[in-house]
Design a protein around this ligand. Structure first.
Ligand code: SF4
Length: 927
């Protein structure tokens, strides 16, 4: 056997398989590449005939057909040559654990060392938006002409690995030395790579630049455009947004939108009059410019600051990275910055402590290695640049800049602190972009988080009530206690060298708390199951003192035991911390003392939340138990305020500061009453409140059709079997007529799954790829697959009703299965309904119905995303026409509706899409 000199000699591997499960699926293609001293010297590629036909998904992904396997060997005829080719050499591949598992299960690989190019790319290129092989190759300029075929993927992985190694060689040698030390201590796997790179390093040793960021400050006003006090801010709205305004002159594709101009004028009026404006703006209005432009004109003239708050990160990114740079081109100089909550930023002190203490595992070491590279380039320390994966959250939490872990001015890194930097920028900015969570935390902390501001814009305002409910709520689980006790254990081990006699007392209390928490939360989860059944997402409302749970287990006894143990742990943390502070020299081991303080605070908060929720007798709060889907022995205990309107009023709307609230969905049945009542605007004197509704610039009458089907079983009453059969038939016929290209919105995951499994084989026969949320992957991955598929149907629930933006033909048909009334198992909704009934009001008319109408509008909004889009929406729920309230749903949409039988709707849908497809084809040809 040859001696492979890693890291330049290895076997690159990729497999195509018939599915994702190594124990039940098969290998259908093998690609192996031998690399010696950086050169490809041999390859092996073979198709492997599977014992079962390929699924449509695999055919679409690989381009392989069942006929391609004629005359190809089965796995038994391939296995030996694969084993021989790999031998004992190091194996490299992208997400190699997947391939290695398949090979091992099928006897084509004997245990060896595997190097994942995805992991290496995450370390060396920490800021890539994703780590798919094509993205990594693109970033490294590695050829990757054919995707999802074994040999091409293996060659690309080999090229990517070699290019990554070259990138490592030119890293700052101090950084390389630190990486080699970190990985050498904790992840022997990658040590040879960084150690070799260090030996061959091309750079020059210098002082570490960790935490000092890039030299270029992209926040600053562009050179040559420094702000001058006398600069003219006398421009009017039309000068910028008008038909021949500055934006029209700047942007070739600029479309003048009267609706945008109308909204911008209303916003400026609200600012000038110091009033509250509720502005509903249809899809495509361009509402971000409609508030940014008047906001800036007003702020610069008044010498004030405007805060813009959004719900989603996407919108924040769009404002700061797209819209504001465009406005910089047409407006006099101004400053804008993005400010997020503390947990979004890395804390340099906690990070240095984590790296030097070294009490972490291999995967944590990889994450810290990534952050080490990233810290040499990041200017913000914002975790969004890193794309933290779910399994990295835990490590991120241990190095994030949460306030309880901050040493304040006593911190030795305070000068470069990312939180302080982002605050300083915000304090010097004319516009600050933030999110609803931080805006509401700012209220809770009496305005200590945001800089003083003169006006506020709340975009995506339909989320304001939910975010306020979440922010003012409390949550605790057994997992929270486990994490706390793990940190106590680590701390106990850490003090061994300073005060060995203090280690044991800490370990003892930790030993009491861990089983105490496990017993309590297991009993709670079990009692919750007994009392509420096993239905989807059932939440069990707690009676005062959790009396209903007490019927099933000795909850108060178990809670008391945990309280006693937890209280004792907190006291010992205090005592041991005090004893240590007497022994250590000032300036040394400060981190240790801060950790004692931090863990004491964390424990007291956990115990406080536990007592608060189990007491369950607080005015204006509802408390409940929520099962954990992936852990039967744990559950979440939660509490949330029933009403948040008064708090929002006193914190945001009382006084004379102008506030603009905007969204595409603020009105139900053409009225702002529901939104105003839920958010407390109803308490503002009416003469200070203005409203404006601007329609969408899209020509919905031409671009869209809306049908309701009248001959399918109703969701209200009747047998579930008949209902599911009817819904399945409706979806099948409509999606087949549309040729896939269909998004189906469900209100419950359970029904989504039942219909999915009925239709999967049917669509497979039709050559349509069916994608189910929670079955075929997460939201982002499914949306991406759907976007690029020619014939796909996507089933989505909850999160798919908004934020899905798929312009073009990929989404030409939208099916709304059921009207989106909130399910009856949500304790907060139930409590709100009860409160309205106690006040003698109609909870259906004032809460359930408008809430559902807004959701319905959001769902419909997925269909038409641009002026050239076209599509058909179909509502399968007959209540929209048979119930009196149904008209409110239909009237809320910008397109007239027709009601017909399923077969008639199918005919009209086909005709409408065919005509528009043809128009599109002729337009393409004419170009
Ligand atoms: S000032 Fe606080 S948040 Fe900033 S680096 Fe120091 S400890 Fe971390």
């Amino acid at each position: 056997m040859r001696l492979m000199v890693f890291p330049r000699s290895f076997i690159a591997c990729d497999l195509e398989t018939s599915g994702l499960d190594a124990s039940s699926d098969e290998i259908i293609e093998v690609g192996l590449v031998r690399v010696e001293d950086g050169q490809v010297t041999e390859t092996l590629q073979t198709l492997v005939t599977p014992t079962r036909p390929l699924t449509l998904r695999i055919k679409l992904l690989t381009g392989l057909e069942d006929t391609d396997f004629a005359g190809q060997p089965g796995w038994a005829g391939v296995r030996e040559s694969v084993l021989r080719f790999i031998g004992n050499d190091p194996l490299i591949g992208h997400n190699i654990s997947f391939d290695a598992e398949f090979l091992t299960v099928h006897g084509g690989y004997r245990d060896g060392v595997c190097y994942d190019t995805c992991d290496l790319a995450r370390i060396i290129l920490p800021e890539l938006p994703n780590y798919r092989l094509e993205s990594v190759c693109l970033a490294l300029d590695v050829d990757y002409p054919v995707q999802h075929r074994a040999l091409e993927d293996a060659l690309a992985a080999a090229g990517a690995y070699l290019a990554l190694y070259e990138r490592a060689r030119v890293l700052d040698p101090t950084l390389l030395a630190n990486l080699a030390t970190l990985l050498g201590r904790h992840s022997a796997l990658w040590f040879p790579v960084f150690n070799s790179a260090l030996k061959e390093a091309a750079g020059v040793f210098g002082a570490s630049r960790i935490g000092t960021g890039r030299s270029e400050d992209d926040w600053a006003v562009p050179p040559g455009r420094e702000a001058r006090p006398d600069e003219v801010w006398e421009l009017g709205i039309e000068d910028i947004l008008g038909r021949s305004g500055a934006l029209a002159r700047l942007l070739e594709a600029y479309e003048f939108r009267p609706q945008q101009l109308q909204m911008a004028q209303s916003v400026l009026k609200a600012f000038d009059e110091q009033g509250i404006l509720m502005a509903e703006a249809g899809t495509g209005t361009g509402k971000s410019f409609a508030y940014l432009v008047p906001g800036l004109l007003w702020a610069m003239k008044q010498g004030e600051r405007v805060v813009v708050s959004t719900h989603t990160v996407n919108l924040q990114e769009q404002l700061i990275a797209k819209d504001i740079p465009v406005l910089r081109e047409v407006l006099p100089a101004f400053r804008a910055s993005l400010l997020k909550g503390r947990s979004n930023y890395l804390c340099l002190r906690r990070w240095h402590a984590a790296v030097s203490e070294g009490a972490f595992e291999g995967s944590e070491a990889l994450f810290l290695a990534r952050t080490m590279v990233w810290l040499h380039s990041t200017q913000t320390g914002d975790r969004s640049e890193l794309g933290v994966k779910p399994d990295e959250w835990r490590v991120w939490d241990s190095v994030s800049a949460i306030s309880d872990g901050c040493a304040g001015n006593g911190c030795r890194y305070v000068k470069n602190c990312f939180v302080n930097r982002s605050r300083r920028k915000a304090e010097q900015s004319n516009v600050v972009i933030t999110n609803h969570s931080l805006l509401l935390s700012d209220l809770k902390t009496e305005n200590r988080l945001l800089p003083v501001y003169g006006a506020l814009v709340i975009d995506e305002a339909h989320h304001l009530e939910d975010v306020a409910t979440e922010q003012l709520g409390r949550t605790v689980s057994g997992y929270d206690f486990t994490r706390w006790t793990e940190m106590i254990r680590k701390l106990a081990n850490k003090i061994d060298r300073l005060a060995p006699e203090l280690r044991q007392p800490l370990l003892e209390v930790e030993k009491q708390v861990t089983p105490g928490a496990a017993d309590l939360f297991k009993a709670l989860a079990e009692a919750g199951r007994v009392l509420s059944g096993s239905g989807e997402g059932l939440h069990l409302r707690l009676e005062p003192g959790a009396a209903n749970l007490a019927l099933e287990a000795d909850i108060s006894g178990l809670a008391q035991r945990l309280h006693d143990a937890g209280g004792e742990a907190c006291e010992r943390l205090d005592r041991v911390g005090m004893l240590l502070s007497d022994r250590i020299l000032p300036g040394t081991d400060d981190e240790l003392l801060l950790t004692f303080e931090f863990l004491g605070k964390t424990g007291r908060k956990l115990l406080g939340d536990l007592s608060f929720i189990l007491a369950a007798d607080h005015p204006n709060y509802v408390c409940w138990l929520e099962p954990k889907i992936r852990d039967q022995d744990d559950c979440l205990l939660r509490a949330a305020p029933i009403e948040v309107g008064e708090l929002l009023y006193s914190g945001l709307f009382e006084g004379s500061r102008p506030v603009v609230l905007t969204s595409a969905t603020l009105t139900a049945d053409r009225s702002f009453a529901y939104f105003g009542s839920r958010t407390g605007i109803v308490h503002v004197p009416p003469d200070a409140v203005q409203t404006v509704q601007v329609g969408s610039p899209f020509v919905y009458r031409e671009q869209a059709r809306l049908f309701t089907v009248n001959d399918l079983p109703s969701p209200a009453g009747g047998s579930e079997e008949a209902y599911l059969a009817g819904v399945s038939r409706g979806i099948e016929e409509l999606a087949a007529a549309a040729g896939g290209r269909t998004l189906v919105l469900f209100t419950a995951h359970r029904v989504l799954k039942l219909v999915y499994y009925r239709l999967k084989p049917v669509f497979e026969d039709l050559g349509i790829d069916l994608l189910g949320h929670g079955i075929d992957g997460g939201r982002a991955r499914l949306l991406e697959t759907f976007r690029v598929s020619e014939k796909a149907v996507l089933f989505g629930a909850s999160s798919f009703w908004e934020g899905v933006d798929i312009p073009g033909e990929a989404l030409s048909c939208l099916i709304i299965v059921k009207l989106p009334f909130q399910p009856p198992n949500q304790p907060v909704t139930l409590a709100r309904r009860e409160l309205l009934r106690e006040q003698g009001k109609s909870d259906f008319n004032l809460l359930s119905l408008p809430q559902a109408v807004l959701r319905f509008k959001q769902g419909f909004g997925r269909l038409i995303r641009t002026a050239s889009d076209y599509g058909v929406a179909v509502v399968l729920d007959d209540r929209v026409t048979t119930k009196r309230y149904g008209i409110q749903f239909l009237r809320s949409l910008p397109v007239p509706w027709e009601t017909a039988s399923l077969s008639a709707v199918v005919v009209r849908l086909s005709k409408f899409l065919r005509e528009n497809d043809e128009k599109g084809t002729s337009a393409d040809k004419a170009q």
